[in-house]
Design a binder for this molecule. Structure first.
Ligand SMILES: *Cc1c(COP(=O)(O)O)cnc(C)c1O
Length: 357
C-alpha cells in the first residue's frame, strides 16, 4: 500500500527503521540531550529565534490547538479566526468551548483570502488572530504577508497552526512576528502521529503563558517550559516518536532546508501540471501549499475513485469531507513521494476514471 495522504504520510525507510527499535527509558542525560538538539534544529528551521521556547506535547494536533487556546488566550480576549475549512472551523469551536469572543472570516469554497476580507473589522476590539496557514481541508496556503502586516499594524498576537505547512512551505516566525506556531508529527514532520509541538515567542511567554491561570494539569505550559530547560517533559512523552523526530530533523539538516523544500515544491508542481491533463479534473485557483493538492472532478465520482485506487491499485489518497465530498480528493506530496510516484498515481487515476464511464 502506498500512501499519498497527509497525516500519516508515506514514511521514509530511515524513519521506519527508527520506529522498529526498542524505545529507551527517557529520564536520562542522553534523552535530554537528544531533545535539546532536536529542538535547536526545529526552532532553527522556523527561524523562531533564541528566545523562543517549545512545548512538546503527547497529543494529536487538535490537543495542541486546544492547549494553545487555553494557555495563550483568556475570556477577556476577542479574536479573529480565519475560518476557511474544517480546521479553521475547529479554532472557532475551540473559542466557543473556552468562552472566547471571536469574529470569523468565513471563506466560501474556492475563495482566496485577500486584504479585502480584513477591511470591515472594528479593530480596537481585537487582541489576537488565529489561522491555519495551510487550511489542509482545502489546501489553501494563506498569504502570511497579508496576515502578518495586519497583525503588526493592529498589535494583535498571531497564532499560527502550521501543522501541514511547516517543512513543506517556507515558514519564518521572526520575519512575520508569529507568537505561537503549532505543529504535529504526522503531517509536515512526516513521522508517526502522537507528538505535537507549540513554539512560543518571548512576547507570548511573558505577556500570556506565564500569567494565565490554566484550569488543567496536563496542558499547563508553565510546567513544560520549566522542565524543558533540561530537555525533559513533565509527563512521559511519546519517546519513540521523539526519536523519529530527531532523525527526521537531522536528515533535513543534512540535506539543507532549502533543498528539502525545493524537492517537495517540485514534486507538487509536477503532479499539478500532469493531473490537469486528465479530462474531467481541475485543481483550485487559489494559492496552494506544497503539502497537498485537491483534485476536483467534474462529476460525482470521488468516493468511487478513492475506493478503486485503494482496492485495485493499493494507493490511498485523502478523501474530503463536507459538501464537496463526491467532487474532491486530496493528494499529498510529502514523505517518501517521488516524481515517479506521481506518474504511477496519475496513470491509476486515468484508468479508474475511464473504467467509470
Ligand atoms: C491535521 C491537522 C490538525 C490536527 O488534526 P489531529 O487529527 O488532531 O492531529 C490541525 N490543523 C491542521 C491544519 C491539520 O492539517
Amino acid at each position: 500500500m502506498k500512501l499519498f495522504t497527509v497525516g500519516p504520510v508515506e514514511m521514509n525507510e530511515e524513519i521506519k527503521a527508527v520506529g522498529g527499535q526498542q524505545v529507551p527509558y527517557f529520564r536520562t542525560e542522553d534523552f535530554s540531550k537528544l531533545m535539546l538538539e532536536a529542538d535547536e534544529m526545529l526552532r532553527g528551521f522556523m527561524n523562531a529565534g533564541e528566545e523562543a521556547k517549545s512545548i512538546y506535547l503527547t497529543a494529536s494536533g487538535t490537543g495542541a490547538l486546544e492547549a494553545t487556546v487555553m494557555n495563550c488566550l483568556t475570556c477577556k480576549d476577542k479574536v479573529i479566526v480565519i475560518n476557511g475549512g474544517t480546521f479553521g472551523h475547529r479554532f472557532s469551536d475551540l473559542c466557543n468551548v473556552y468562552g472566547i469572543k471571536h469574529t470569523d472570516i468565513v471563506l466560501d469554497f474556492g475563495e482566496q483570502l485577500t486584504e479585502k476580507h480584513f477591511r470591515n473589522l472594528f479593530m480596537e476590539e481585537y487582541t489576537a488572530l488565529l489561522v491555519n496557514i495551510d487550511e489542509t481541508s482545502t489546501g489553501q496556503l494563506y498569504d502570511i504577508e497579508i496576515i502578518s502586516k495586519f497583525c503588526k499594524k493592529h498589535n494583535l498576537l498571531l497564532i499560527v497552526d502550521a501543522i501541514s505547512s511547516f517543512l513543506c512551505d517556507q515558514y519564518d516566525m521572526k520575519k512575520y512576528g508569529i507568537d505561537a506556531t503549532i505543529i504535529s508529527s504526522q503531517k509536515g514532520l512526516c513521522i508517526a502521529p502522537g507528538l505535537s509541538i507549540v513554539v512560543l515567542s518571548e512576547k507570548m511567554i511573558n505577556e500570556r503563558v506565564s500569567k494565565n491561570q490554566v484550569r488543567s494539569m496536563y496542558f499547563d505550559f508553565k510546567d513544560y517550559l520549566e522542565n524543558f530547560k533540561r530537555g525533559q517533559t513533565p509527563f512521559t512523552p511519546c519517546v519513540g516518536i521523539c526519536l523519529q523526530m530527531y532523525k527526521a530533523l537531522a536528515m533535513i539538516k543534512e540535506k539543507g532546508l532549502e533543498n528539502h523544500l525545493a524537492y517537495i515544491d517540485n514534486v507538487a508542481k509536477d503532479f499539478r501540471n500532469k493531473v490537469v491533463k486528465i479530462k474531467g479534473i481541475s485543481v483550485p485557483k487559489y494559492a496552494l501549499s506544497n503539502a497537498i493538492t485537491p483534485i476536483i472532478f467534474d462529476r460525482d465520482v470521488a468516493t468511487k475513485v478513492f475506493e478503486a485506487l485503494k482496492d485495485e491499485y493499493e494507493i490511498t489518497v485523502n478523501p474530503t469531507g463536507g459538501a464537496m465530498k463526491e467532487r474532491i480528493l486530496r493528494v499529498a506530496h510529502i514523505g517518501d513521494t517521488k516524481l515517479k510516484d506521481n506518474d504511477i498515481l496519475i496513470c491509476a487515476i486515468s484508468k479508474v476514471l475511464k473504467s467509470l464511464k
